[in-house]
Design a binder for this molecule. Structure first.
Ligand code: UT7
Length: 336
């Protein structure tokens, strides 16, 4: 097992004020119902941003909580990496707006695009930058305001997604208080992508290849589109691969893991992943019922939520596994 270089020092999350239940969606005229959504996805409600709840606002609120838990000030942050598919502006990165809002004047800041794997990839970039000596203290955020890019008339997609932000402070192990276990930190990291399948889950228009136009709006191509069944199959396969690889790299078995925190897309995908690895669901954290699929924000929100519930006490071995558009997938084993 490798000796950790970096560890997770603090976590926090923020969601919009308004929760929208499945019944609310049906009441708004969408041809759906609570039973279908719960049965197929496990989702009961999701949060939806008001105009003042931008990606910068949600990210900054989550970041402040993570910084407080880690006991650091903004001036100690060397790097901000923000995983998102829904930046406030196409230029510049939202990470720099978060930097300004926090007053993290010394930091380098950028966004990272890996869809639902956004926080995991960002955490891996943080670990790498810490390993090279470019950074000692990194603010890693996964955040989305997906409500602005889903088609609220498409029941195949709009019921699935939610808004929110999760933040983590990742630090070099040299900042650990004296006497803390040397085993604490990131024990393994694994990531993969497959761009051949990019159009199974995508937002066709709004970029350089297909700019916004009246024709785009008429065909609703500015919104997310998904081939649900195909995505489901790939998600199950990739999450299984991710779980196996991170455990192999850390020379651990599923029995060693105290808690799996998977990407919160759908309880059926989570259950299939748990079954593959031989995890009883009592060792798997699930909160998709309350938040929906918040894409890049889902794992850091779940982590902060699990910690608030007391499910990640000191010494806990956590396995993260992510899957998202691209496709992208990956995993990480972390001792807390
Ligand atoms: O982070 C990764 C992001 N993506 C995902 O996690 C999505 C992966 N895919 C899935 O989770 C599932 O494919 C869905 C939950 C999206 C859909 O479940 P499914 O069991 O694959 O259903 P389906 O798409 O095959 O649709 C079955 C039926 C269809 O009706 P017909 O053609 O059988 O009459 C749909 O039109 O269910 C209908 N349907 C709905 N009914 C009520 C689709 N969406 C809804 C809805 N409410 N919201």
């Amino acid at each position: 097992m490798k000796r950790p270089i970096a560890y997770i020092a603090g976590t926090g999350y923020a969601v919009p004020r308004r929760a929208v239940t499945n019944d609310d969606l049906a009441a708004q005229g969408l041809e759906t119902n609570d039973a279908w959504i719960r049965d197929r996805t496990g989702i009961g409600q999701r949060y939806v941003s008001a105009p003042d709840e931008t990606l910068t606002v949600l990210s900054t609120n989550a970041a402040r909580l993570a910084m407080a838990e880690a006991g650091i000030t903004a001036s100690e942050i060397d790097l901000i990496v923000l995983g998102t598919a829904t930046p406030d502006h196409l230029l510049p990165a939202t990470a720099v707006e978060v930097q300004a809002a926090l007053g993290a004047g010394r930091a380098m800041a950028f966004d990272l695009g890996a869809a639902c794997s956004g926080w995991l990839y960002s955490a891996q970039v943080a670990e790498g930058m810490i390993a090279t000596g470019m950074a000692e203290t990194v603010l890693v955020i996964g955040a989305e305001v997906l409500s602005t890019i889903v088609d609220w008339t498409d029941r195949n997609t709009c019921v699935l997604f939610g808004d929110g932000a999760g933040a983590t402070i990742i630090r070099h192990v040299r900042t650990l208080p004296r006497g803390e276990s040397r085993e604490r930190g990131i024990l393994s990291s694994y990531g993969r992508s497959d761009g051949n399948l990019y159009d199974l889950l995508w937002r066709p228009a709004g970029g350089v290849a297909e700019p916004f136009s009246d024709a785009v709006y008429a065909a609703r191509r500015q919104y997310v589109r998904m081939e649900g069944r195909e995505v489901f199959k790939h998600a199950v396969r990739s999450m299984a691969d991710a779980v196996d690889r991170a455990l192999d790299m850390a020379k651990l078995t599923p029995a060693d893991v105290d808690l799996m925190i998977p990407h919160q897309a759908n309880t059926r995908i989570i259950e299939a992943t748990a079954k593959h690895a031989g995890f009883d669901m009592s060792r798997v954290f699930v909160n998709v019922d309350r938040f929906g699929n918040t894409s890049a924000a889902s794992i850091p929100i779940a982590l902060a939520d699990a910690r608030q519930q007391g499910r990640v006490p000191e010494g806990t071995l956590v396995l993260f596994a992510a899957f998202g558009a691209g496709f992208t997938w990956g995993s990480m084993v972390v001792r807390f």
